[in-house]
Design a protein around this ligand. Structure first.
Ligand SMILES: [Zn+2]
Ligand SMILES: [Zn+2]
Ligand SMILES: [Zn+2]
Length: 636
């Protein structure tokens, strides 16, 4: 820092010490350059009888770090800092303010600054980009008498600097102009997949290095098999790999990824590489994601109804269009997503989605090392994903599968074979949804058949020909691209939004239709019982097929088994309602016992029904056969 700059930085610091109330945040207290700042600032504070204000909550935050067994150096640093602040308090240059009950230091600053800017000039010293933005935002709320508020960070010279947002919002070192595409490669990279040992995996509140300078890891957002995602003091989030996941191949691939600008809202593509304090590669920086995983928001029908209760089919189709546009963007740059699956796509609305886990994408000769069975094309089933490069044909199979599972929420195209191995089903390509007269007669029952029948003709044709063994688009090199699917889905969306599709059959607009799509060559009636539309030729006397098989439910008088007196029996056959189930009816006519007639000595049978009758009347069982009883009666 040259003398002139240093003098003006010092002058500004003096100005703040003279006229401003100066607050400081935990992350600045912990910053490496805090000591230098205090050396510059304290003499002025004493000169103007001012104090540096530390919220009580920041002391608590420091104390929270102290007994940290996992991070001894941070714990020690927090302890030294805490003791330092207490000493400065005792010597009268620091004021500790606030209550034990203050929630978050960040909230404390916002509340205090909003309130006291009417009385004082307020300055917050923080290293936290987001907090600084929030504080500076207070200036935007109009108040006639308020003073402006200021937020500055401690710089490496021990003075205060404004935040440089443009560092993160504009172009970084890597992604400057390169708008071109990546190369298409056929030969796998030979960069090593050996684990590279590092001296330290950074964690919460650690400072890490990027090509744009030092940043601070904030709270943990998510943790997965590969590593942990942290918020940072920038608009981006950081993915820090687990120690056993750090390889040279990962680093080289990320470096390659950063040579092109991939600027598409919703694709959480790396923007910078992260190194620990020993300059070892440990992760990368990317835009944050929002929304729920496709798996949870869409692929389980009850959760879909709960997450998006007002959705119609058009919203699902619009979601497919939104997703397809992003896939097309990537494929157009020769990026193969590879591991397309419902956990890597997050949904906010039908118009807003986020693609995550982008570091697994296949870029040039770096493969996508992961995948799932359902989305893997038949020709590469069972292969090890780290050992080969996927083709756009492989990718197009995954795209088709994703689209099918969006239209029939969560239902994979080859799921009908039940217990069989899903990988075998895909290799056989025995697709079970009918198209025209073609069907393997194994279509899954119920709502799936209905949903399939309500798709557009062109979409059914495309799916059928992609998933059926001898279909027109079944082979790797003939499959439809994201581009081609976009045409079909935009057409579908248009048919739904203009109401043209609904004119043929209103139920086609529903997410979960309850019958097949209406056929224009068939007459429909309104069922007298359920009031639903039904095919006339399958109905009788105005009653639909399913109502004919339904009816009054009651219990067998003997065994209690449930019986149905169907509407068919009641209204069409007009039979009477039986008291007993068929088994109990047959049992009634079986023999209870055989008796020898006391007159003629012939054997005769007493049935179960007769036995029950005599018992219920309190009568003795007859001793004579029917014939002798008749004769005896006539004799009188
Ligand atoms: Zn009915
Ligand atoms: Zn019975
Ligand atoms: Zn007899």
């Amino acid at each position: 820092m040259d003398n002139k700059l240093e003098r003006s930085a010092d002058e500004r610091l003096k100005g703040y010490a003279k006229d401003w109330k100066i607050f400081i945040d935990t992350c600045s207290l912990l910053s490496d350059n805090m000591e230098a700042l205090l050396n510059h600032l304290l003499p002025y504070l004493k000169q103007y009888d001012n104090k540096l204000i530390v919220p009580y909550r920041c002391i608590q935050e420091l104390e929270k770090f102290i007994p940290d067994g996992n991070n001894i150096s941070r714990g020690e640093k927090a302890k030294i800092t805490r003791d330092n602040v207490i000493n400065l308090y005792k010597s009268g240059v620091v004021d500790i303010r606030g209550e034990q009950s203050d929630n978050f230091a960040d909230n404390v600053f916002l509340t205090v600054f909003t309130k006291f800017r009417l009385k004082y000039n307020l300055l917050l010293i923080t290293q936290d980009n987001n907090l600084a933005k929030d504080i500076l935002n207070i200036n935007n709320s109009k108040s006639v008498k308020a003073y402006p508020v200021q937020a500055l960070r401690v710089n490496k010279y021990g003075f205060l600097s404004p935040f440089r947002w443009e560092e993160y919002e504009g172009s970084g070192k890597y992604s400057k102009e390169n708008k071109g595409k990546f190369k298409i490669c056929s030969q796998l990279t030979d960069v090593s997949v050996e684990v590279v040992p590092v001296q330290k995996i950074p964690c919460e509140n650690d400072y890490v290095k990027t090509n744009r300078g030092s940043i601070c890891l904030k709270e943990k957002i998510a943790a997965g098999g590969e590593g942990t995602i942290y918020a940072t003091n920038t608009p981006y989030v950081a993915k820090i790999y687990k120690a056993e996941k750090i390889t040279e191949r990962k680093q080289r691939k990320l470096e390659l990824m950063l040579t092109k600008k991939v600027d598409c809202t919703g694709i959480c593509y790396p923007v910078d590489i992260i190194y620990n304090k020993y300059d070892e590669f440990v992760g990368f920086l990317m835009p944050p994601a929002k929304g729920k995983e496709l798996q949870k928001a869409i692929f389980i029908p009850p959760l879909l109804k709960k997450t998006f209760p007002t959705w119609k089919k058009r919203d699902l189709v619009e979601l497919a269009v939104t997703i397809l546009n992003k896939i097309k963007f990537l494929n157009d740059m020769n990026i193969i997503m590879g591991d397309i699956n419902p956990l890597n796509i997050l949904v906010v609305s039908s118009k807003e989605v986020f693609f995550v886990d982008t570091d697994s994408y296949q870029i040039e000769d770096f493969p996508c090392p992961v995948g799932t069975v359902n989305y893997t094309a038949p020709e590469i089933q069972g292969r090890k994903f780290t050992d080969f490069l996927r083709t756009i044909g492989n990718e197009n199979f995954a795209i088709a599968t994703l689209l099918f599972m969006l239209m029939l929420p969560g239902k994979p195209p080859y799921s009908q074979q039940g217990g069989a191995n899903p990988s075998e089903n895909i290799k056989k390509m025995d697709f079970s949804y009918p198209f025209g007269d073609n069907s393997n007669k194994k279509t899954p029952d119920g709502p799936w058949r209905f949903m399939w029948s309500h798709l557009t003709y062109r979409l059914k044709k495309a799916f059928y020909n992609t998933f059926t063994k001898d279909g027109e688009y079944a082979q790797e090199h003939c499959r439809l691209s994201a581009d081609k699917w976009l045409v079909l889905f935009n057409e579908y969306l248009n048919l739904l939004d203009t109401g043209k599709f609904g004119e043929q059959d209103k139920m086609s607009e529903d997410l979960f239709p309850t019958r097949f799509k209406k056929n224009p060559n068939i007459t429909y009636i309104t069922c007298k019982i359920c009031s639903k539309e039904a095919e006339e030729h399958l109905s009788q006397n105005g009653i639909c097929k399913s109502c004919l098989n339904e009816g009054e439910r009651y219990k067998c008088k003997r065994c209690g088994k449930e019986l149905i007196f169907t509407n068919y029996q009641k209204y069409i056959k007009q039979t009477k309602k039986f008291d007993f189930c068929p088994e109990c009816f047959a049992w009634g006519n079986d023999a209870y016992t055989t008796v020898r007639c006391s007159d003629c000595t012939a054997s005769f049978i007493i049935t179960n029904n007769e036995y029950s009758y005599y018992m219920s009347k309190g009568l003795q069982l007859p001793r004579r056969c029917r014939r002798c009883r008749e004769m005896k009666k006539n004799r009188w």
